[in-house]
Design a protein around this ligand. Structure first.
Ligand code: NAP
Length: 282
């Protein structure tokens, strides 16, 4: 029987997951189709319930439903439970199990592609949405010493910091206007952009969340935004002489981890990277 997986989110117009997942299924000769399941808020529960059908292997979940789907599942793995967000659902014989592969993907890219070990380091995270949640829990689990979370909506950063506090005492939440921002950045070994600022097709396309003057030279600047591949922030960081890492590796690694959960086969990473890069170049 042909199997199906899909992406649940809204809107899905700019997602590239279908391209690199389908390329991987096809490369391994697996009879699996990757579909886009764009769902309004009143449709999400039914779409998730439909994953129990025998032909459905599971799904990816993206903006804005990573938290929404949690109560619709039968089980969560430990990490998804801890961070309260799911980006991958697996249908295990009619039982739906939720995972979060963003965290391991964030860390894998940081280590493998960014050559950065978080142990004992100070980090600043820009943003407090879903990506920031994955990045901050990942960094805390990986042993950072101190974390500053910067967000436009301060309350959202404070909520995230409060969830991290039991795991790390040195975590602070500030707004962009806070005078402490400059100091936090200049003391950081790692700066991660988890805002959508600079993302293609968004209202802030072409903009950078930080000016060159604020970018610390000694740090690694990691932008999880993957479209465009070279974001305005990465361009400015290069101008500042700072080491950089883009979001493409994280995107492919989170997809590869989901692929392995659905198929129990090793993901063909080279094929996925190639397909993702080609799609982004179009
Ligand atoms: P989200 O939950 O909607 O959060 C968006 C974040 O961006 C919030 O912190 C928001 O601040 C901030 N923001 C948006 N517009 C802003 C502006 N004009 N000025 C300042 N801050 C602004 O989205 P998300 O899921 O975290 O995704 C964020 C970005 O990461 C997206 O570009 C997404 O594509 C990317 N991402 C990449 C990967 C990957 O695998 N590479 C994985 C996940 C996400 P407020 O709270 O104040 O609104």
């Amino acid at each position: 029987m042909s199997k199906v997986v899909g992406l649940i989110g809204y809107p899905l117009g700019h997602s590239i997951s279908a391209h690199f997942q389908q390329a991987a299924f096809d490369y391994l000769g697996l009879d699996i189709r990757y579909e886009a399941w764009e769902a309004g808020p009143d449709q999400v529960q039914a779409v998730v319930a439909g994953l129990r059908l025998p032909a459905r292997l599971g799904a990816n979940v993206t903006i804005p439903y990573k938290e929404t789907v949690v109560p619709f599942l039968d089980e969560l793995d430990e990490l998804a439970q801890q961070i309260g967000a799911v980006n991958t659902i697996v249908n295990r014989g009619g039982r739906l199990v939720g995972y979060n592969t963003d965290v391991s993907a964030f860390l894998r890219a940081l280590g493998k592609d960014g050559n950065f070990d978080p142990v004992g380091k100070q980090a600043t995270i820009l943003g407090a949405g879903g990506a920031a949640r994955a990045a901050s829990f990942g960094l805390v689990r990986a042993g950072v010493r101190a974390l500053t979370i910067v967000n436009r909506t301060l309350e959202r950063a404070e909520t995230l910091a409060a969830r991290l506090k039991p795991l790390l005492s040195d975590v602070v939440a500030i707004s962009w206007e806070n005078a402490g921002l400059k100091e936090a950045l200049s003391a950081s070994d790692l700066v991660v952009n988890c805002t959508s600022v600079g993302m293609k097709h968004s209202a802030t396309e072409g903009e950078s969340p930080l000016d060159v003057a604020l970018i610390p030279k000694q740090a690694l600047v990691y932008d999880v935004v993957y479209n465009p591949v070279e974001t305005p922030l990465l361009r400015k960081a290069k101008q500042a002489g700072t080491r950089t890492l883009g979001g493409l590796a994280m995107l492919v690694y989170q997809g590869a981890a989901a692929f392995e959960l659905w198929t129990e086969r090793e993901a063909p990473l080279d094929i996925m990277f190639k397909a993702a890069s080609e799609t982004l170049r179009q």
